[in-house]
Design a protein around this ligand. Structure first.
Ligand code: ZN
Length: 246
């Protein structure tokens, strides 16, 4: 039944025209998205965008012919992938349901770096364009799951689906990660020795991880974290803006 989707092949110009139409209608209909710069996003926007794709690319196939339930969620914790699809398969009925999750910080941070931001191998000009391309990537995962019960965007089969439907030429994105923002704007990388001020005292430690804030390990004889040489540490979550390289 989903074979009908696998047989679709859309030429590149048509993809661009349809994508632009979705871009335009998203701005028109979402109370949170007023231009190409995303500053606020709700699962309702994801549902809106999905329905637009269903209408404009798939002639309402998902709404009318597909028995799967698709839910939408927003994550602030995703640090590498900007989108993700979770598929659950009911062992008895074989029914497949999905959660399409979007890592919202990638879009809020879109303008933090000046670099070129290709998504799925396609140049983007703003965060809404980036979001639509990530969405297309996730829709291809859903289609592959529905048809084959599993999905991997490293596989040849996935790549064919993504190329035929949306002219994608890559499975990756170049949206800025917190690590890249920390490195470029603040000159701080994982492993660096850093100083910062905490309650009026200067602390020195090393960066163990970088997310929205940096995780900094500071030597302390009563710390609960122990390394292989039996040194003890206390862990601090430090805003990137107040870190300095030691
Ligand atoms: Zn993927």
């Amino acid at each position: 039944m989903s074979d009908i989707l696998l047989g679709i092949k859309v030429d590149e110009n048509t993809v661009c025209r349809k994508r632009l139409e979705i871009y335009r209608r998203t701005i028109e209909r979402s109370p949170r998205i007023n231009n190409g710069k995303i500053t606020s996003l709700s699962p309702l926007d994801l549902k809106l965008i999905f329905d637009l794709y269903d209408e404009i690319f798939f002639n309402h196939w998902f709404n009318k012919k597909c028995s799967s339930r698709i839910e939408f969620s927003i994550s602030k914790r995703m640090t590498r992938s900007a989108g993700m699809v979770k598929c659950s398969i009911n062992k008895r009925s074989g029914e497949k349901n999905f959660i399409l999750q979007i890592g919202v910080n990638f879009f809020f941070n879109y303008d933090e770096l000046e670099s070129e931001k290709n998504v799925c191998g396609i140049k983007t000009g703003d965060s809404l364009e980036g979001l639509l391309l990530v969405f297309e990537h996730e829709i291809c995962h859903i289609i592959e799951f529905i048809s084959y019960g599993k999905s991997s965007c490293r596989g040849k089969r996935y790549k064919t689906i993504a190329r035929n439907l949306f002219s994608h030429v890559s499975s990756y994105h170049q949206l800025p990660t917190y690590r890249q923002i920390a490195g470029t704007k603040h000159g701080v990388s994982v492993g660096d020795c850093v100083v910062f001020h905490h309650r009026g005292r200067q602390k020195t430690g090393f960066v163990n991880a970088i997310n929205k804030r940096a995780t900094v390990m500071v030597r302390h004889e009563e710390g609960q974290y122990i390394d292989s040489k039996n040194n003890r540490y206390v862990k601090f979550y430090v805003p990137l803006g107040i870190l300095e390289k030691a």
